[in-house]
Write a protein that binds this ligand. Structure first.
Ligand code: FES
Ligand code: FES
Length: 151
C-alpha cells in the first residue's frame, strides 16, 4: 500500500492506505476527522468540501494519493482554540444552519468564495454555491452568512 503524506490542519500526517482511498476516507477513517461529512459520494452535495492548498475541493472526488505533499484544511482546522473562524461566527450569527449536516462543507466553500470574491454579491454567492446542497435551510441565511462574514 502506498504511504501517503500530507499536512492536515497544520500537522504532518503519513499513513499507508490503499491506492483507491479517497481523501474523505483518509480524513474520516484514518485520521478520525469526522467533521468532513459524506452526503452523497458522487460529487453532488458538497458536504465533504475541504481546502487543498487553500482551494475548496470535494474530498470524495479526489484520491488521497493525489494529495501527496499537499496542505489540507478541514473544518476542525479553522478555529483557533475557542475562537471560531469569522465564517463560522457568521454562520452562528446569521443562523445559517439547521441540522448542521451540510454546514462544514458550506463553511469551507464560503471561505473560498470570499477569498476569490471579497465583496461577493448575493447573486455571486448563490451561483458559487451551486455545488453545495442543503436540505433544511432554504439557503437564505447561508448566503447571508457567507456575504457578511467579517474576513
Ligand atoms: S460527499 Fe462529496 S460531494 Fe457529496
Ligand atoms: S442544515 Fe441540514 S442539510 Fe443544511
Amino acid at each position: 500500500m502506498p504511504q501517503v503524506s500530507m499536512t492536515v490542519n497544520g500537522k504532518a500526517a503519513s499513513i499507508a492506505v490503499e491506492a483507491r482511498t479517497l481523501l474523505v476516507e483518509y480524513l474520516r477513517d484514518h485520521m478520525r476527522l469526522t467533521g468532513t461529512h459524506v452526503g452523497c459520494d458522487t460529487t453532488q452535495c458538497g458536504a465533504c468540501t475541504v481546502h487543498i492548498d487553500g482551494k475548496a475541493v470535494k474530498s470524495c472526488t479526489i484520491l488521497a494519493v493525489q494529495c501527496e505533499g499537499a496542505k489540507v484544511t478541514t473544518i476542525e482546522g479553522l478555529a483557533q482554540g475557542d475562537k471560531l473562524h469569522p465564517m463560522q461566527e457568521s454562520f452562528k450569527e446569521h443562523h445559517g444552519l439547521q441540522c448542521g449536516f451540510c454546514t462544514p462543507g458550506m463553511v469551507m466553500a464560503g471561505i473560498d468564495i470570499r477569498r476569490r470574491h471579497p465583496n461577493a454579491s448575493e447573486e455571486t454567492v448563490r451561483h458559487e454555491l451551486e455545488g453545495n446542497i442543503c436540505r433544511c435551510t432554504g439557503y437564505h441565511n447561508i448566503v447571508k452568512a457567507i456575504m457578511h462574514a467579517k474576513m
